[in-house]
Ligand binder design. Structure first.
Ligand code: PLA
Length: 451
């Protein structure tokens, strides 16, 4: 990452955003290439494209892995890049309960395709808040939660970020080191300034609790703090409940504002309630918080782009005014959200039978991921692969943060056609009993031949 370029006085907020963003982007989209692009943009035609000199942007570090995978003709290739659930047969999964809900929706002649309100489907919003905060949440009972339907987890983070940039007195958001690669970009473009707090200790392959507490302890009062509600991406390392409580106490004592990213509720432990404990702990103390929810993974609705942003406020009238301002953020961004995915979620969440069926299917996905952890760790033991691999079992959620370095990852891709992100993260949800031996062979070869 390059240092931020100082801007002359009088620069616009767009200049500031772009400059900050440039410092977070990959080196291949350097300021030089941005300058070239603006020259190209201002050039007049003569048959030459106004974009003739535009720089080739790098692929996304996560979604670009799928692009490379798709180009590889090898029959033994495996995609462990993006966090997308696959069956034992390596196929994408549409949950049965989702198919059932879709049938109901299709067969209902009263359904139309009108625009939703700016805030989305009202039922969906209520049920989503209930899902993350708990059915008996005092915040819901006291009507002090503003919930808006957004474009999956990413859209919820972006809308929340932009709301904060407009209305909150502190523009700095602390995010964990490391974190999901899109976080710094989303928040920077939302108009916030991003700083990191220590989170992961490579030496122990566990939580850097001391560093985390020290960094949040020295954050300026009122700063925003991004927390992964469960199944931290990419490390698979979560605080214990006791550590969460200490984090909560410290944050409340300094007036730090929690912004939870909940992209994996139900995927960590298999229990929707257990995976929401961290968030609910922060609601129980009466304080304020933001929560971005995604149904991509836990309902397998990846491409439907369905999620929600909830802002828990201290009083009902505040929540009402907050909601009115969220509408002003959303309207010029995408006007209003799509109807289909939210209707599926609402159909499932409001019907006891379907809800139960969902929890069973969700648990089956979480269990399959956990069994992949065991199989991979056994396979490495059988091969006598050097090193301590116990973290494969200990880590939680969709990913294992293997500790493999960039060269080892490149070797595995080149020699074994295994696709994963260059930070050594593998999606356990993309593995199957069939592909575990191949992955174990690749890891063994990588650690024994690439130093
Ligand atoms: N937050 C975290 C922590 C995530 O890991 C992801 C997705 C999101 C938010 C956004 O999800 P959504 O917008 O699709 O709801 N991370 C994935 C996919 C699974 C991605 O990078 O887009 C990943 O492979 O890391």
């Amino acid at each position: 990452m390059r240092p931020q370029v100082p801007l002359p006085p009088g620069s616009s907020s767009t200049d500031r955003r772009l400059s900050v963003l440039a410092s977070h982007l990959d080196s291949s989209s350097s300021m030089d290439s941005q300058n070239q692009s603006s020259v190209a943009l201002s050039a007049t035609s003569n048959g030459v494209s106004a974009f003739a000199n535009i720089a080739q942007a790098p692929e996304d570090p996560i979604l670009g892995v799928t692009v490379a995978y798709n180009k590889d003709p090898s029959p033994i290739k495996v995609n462990l890049g993006v966090g997308a659930y696959r069956t034992e047969e390596g196929k994408p999964l549409v949950l049965n309960v989702v198919r059932r809900a879709e049938q109901l929706l299709i067969n209902d002649p009263s359904r139309v395709k009108e625009y939703l309100p700016i805030t989305g489907l009202a039922d969906f919003n209520k049920l989503s808040a209930k899902l993350i905060l708990g059915a008996d949440s005092p915040a819901i009972q006291e009507n002090r939660v503003a919930t808006v339907q957004c474009l999956s987890g990413t859209g919820s983070l972006r809308v929340g970020g932009e709301f904060l940039a407009r209305h909150y007195h502190q523009r700095t958001i602390y995010i964990p080191q490391p974190t999901w690669g899109n976080h710094p970009k989303v928040f920077t473009l939302a108009g916030l300034s991003v700083k990191y707090y220590r989170y992961y200790d490579p030496a122990t392959r566990g939580l850097h609790f001391h560093g985390l507490m020290e960094d949040l302890g020295s954050a300026p009062s009122g700063a925003i703090v991004l927390l992964h509600a469960c199944a931290h991406n990419p490390t698979g390392v979560d605080p214990t409940l006791d550590q969460w409580n200490q984090i909560r106490q410290l944050m409340r004592s300094k007036g730090l504002l929690p912004f939870f990213d909940s992209a994996y509720q139900g995927f960590a432990s298999g229990s929707l309630d257990a995976d929401a404990e961290s968030v609910r702990m922060f609601v129980a103390d009466g304080g304020e918080l933001f929560a971005a929810q995604s149904y991509a993974k836990n309902m397998g609705l990846y491409g439907e782009r369905v999620g929600a942003l909830s802002i828990v406020c201290k009083a009902a009238d505040v929540a009402k005014r907050v909601e009115s301002q969220l509408k002003l953020v959303i309207r010029p961004m995408y006007s209003n959200p799509p109807i289909h995915g939210a209707s599926i979620v609402a159909t499932i969440l409001k019907d006891r039978d379907m809800y139960n069926e969902w929890t069973i299917e969700l648990k089956a996905m979480a269990d399959r991921i956990i069994s992949m952890r065991k199989e991979l760790s056994d396979a490495l033991r059988v091969r006598g692969t050097p090193g301590d691999w116990s973290h494969i079992i200990k880590q939680i959620g969709m990913f294992t943060f293997t500790g493999l370095n960039q060269e080892q990852v490149a070797f595995m891709t080149k020699e074994y056609h295994i696709y994963m992100t260059s930070d050594g993260r593998i999606s356990m949800a993309g593995l199957s009993s069939r592909t575990v031996p191949h992955l174990a062979d690749a890891i063994h070869a990588a650690v024994t031949t690439v130093v």
